[in-house]
Design a protein. Sequence first.
Length: 403
Amino acid sequence: MIFVLILLSIEAKSQWVEMNNGLTSEIAKTVWCFGVSGNKIFAGTDGGFFVSTDFGATWIKRSDGLSDTSIRGMAIIEDKIFIVTYYGKIFLSTDEGNNWTLKNKGIEGPIVLSCITNSGNNIYVGGLGVTDGDNEGIFLSTDFGESWTKKINGLSEFSIYSIAALGNYLFASTAYFVYISTDNGDFWRRVDKSKGLPYSTILSLHVSGDYVFGGGAGSGVFVSTDFGETWQEKNEGIPYPSRTVVCFASKGNNIFAGTTKGVYFSSNKGESWVLKDSGMVEKRTKALAIFGDYVFVGTYTGGIYRAKLEDIELSKLDDDLTPKGNLKIFPNPATDFLRIEREDYEQANLIVTNQIGEIVAKVTLEEGEQIKIIPFSHQPAGMYFIKIINKKGDLRYCQFVKF
């Protein structure tokens, strides 16, 4: 007997809700970064620093002492909040943003500070020079911002777009390359393009467990599992118009990628992605954060959106999934093999995952190929999921049982 499973289209089923209550001006609705500490979430915007104690339902402005409110990055170490600004200022607050102190000793002249991160108590900021090349590069503070030292040995270019830390490893991206340091920034080693990185700029770097994610300008997502030595492109489900990736957030195997065309979600460490933008009026994403049971998105001119994680996770199919097309699987339940028949003719990738999102089979369906047989005797009993992704990034989804 052949069982016909309805193929489910998993397109844009997230439930994003605008959370702009308290963002006091239009420029405050361009949100560049988030930070989380205790029961509070912080937002850095073009209009200053904001805090929420009710999961984003209301925001309170806290910008006393900020001579530059165009915030571009944030790092938190215990009770210390550091922010960097567009006009080259570094500020520190030790009272959750109520008061700010300038901490720029060692960083002089015109500079755009683009990013900040910490590795333990070491704080790193990256700058984009404006008129004086001496003011570009990476700066390190080992005394909580009291002084800064330039760390550019080994860099062949000095405009820094993103910095991330994984244990003793530091990663920095410039207009053309990604660099690695294992000695607190004393020396930077360039990753050759032949190792899998694109020729476009890596705009964002993100660490999730032992994975390093890079977001490219027009080139999509790249992932390294060996501390940045080699990289693989991971764009299943992200079409070309959406492959400018400016930020990430992660929790376990779940990864969010913010693009100029909306937010994409992966439940399997980036192996495949699904667009999740329902409810987002403004889709140009600038920042992402996970806080409690929610994921937050900061956008360009549209403010902040929030969604429940459980409403986004691929493992929880929405009740309103729309049947679309059909797929024939024999036998179901499966034992030794799967015979899969489809109606579509276009080239696509077929991915089989288990209940925790691990890929157990991945094959290409060539153009015109409508039948595929997959050996399955070696897989344990349980529930499995089939995803079919075509060149356009469309994703369809169904499930079956293995005895």
